[in-house]
Design a protein around this ligand. Sequence first.
Ligand code: ADP
Ligand code: MG
Length: 249
Amino acid sequence: MTPLIRLENLTVAYNRHPAVHHVSGAFASGSLTAIAGPNGAGKSTLLKAIMGELRPAEGRVEHRLGRAEFGYLPQAAEIDRRFPISVIDTVMLGAWKKTGAFGRIAPAEVKRAGEALSAVGLEGFGRRHVGSLSAGQFQRVLFARLLLQDAGIILLDEPFTAIDARTTRDLIDIVTRWHGEGRTVIAVLHDFELVRTHFPQTLLLARELVGWGATADVMSSPNLLKARAMAERWDEDAAACDPEQAPAA
Ligand code: ADP
Ligand code: MG
């Protein structure tokens, strides 16, 4: 395998509390990897560290990619949809790498944006305000933006959480197509069934690495139990360390 991104003893911390701890391994070029793990396992943190949005407290992320080479879909909770912007303009943001932030948008790009909307089943939605869309429709818009961006590596943070089944199926098809085109795709997922059916590789995280490799091996019952036990231990730690939770003296 050709490693595209290598993690070397990676630790990422917030206020000195590690959210990702001593993770080592590599994503092969062209691989399709699910990141699974309990809430608070550091999955979103890991994606941000891979892109270089967060700096390691220890260890390294090694790759030769610029930020613009990553297509990124943030977790829904991090996106503000009240921002007054149309569907087509949201999709066009995917073209900024070519146009520059303030550059003139070529008619060819506008055409491609329209094609991207058709590809996600939203033909004719261009002038709608994003705030007027359902969660599933909005997720389709964000996938259209990724299609326009045409990045070689795509990071998706819980792309199918709270999304209807039909949309999930359609968007999974796009992920599968990206994989077929040789792009490297890394997606945080909660639905183990989706992971097992569509993702050949899995990275199971519970702040520390529980397993990373072929999905059938990594998503074993012992590993899932181990991940859960590790998460329960943080909860106990939180109760013991959090001054708000401590009994009054
Ligand atoms: P996951 O995506 O697996 O649910 P996160 O990466 O979002 O986990 O968070 C991992 C841990 O880091 C959690 O304990 C979370 O509360 C903490 N955390 C995440 N973002 C921040 C932040 N900006 N500041 C402080 N702590 C954070
Ligand atoms: Mg997250």
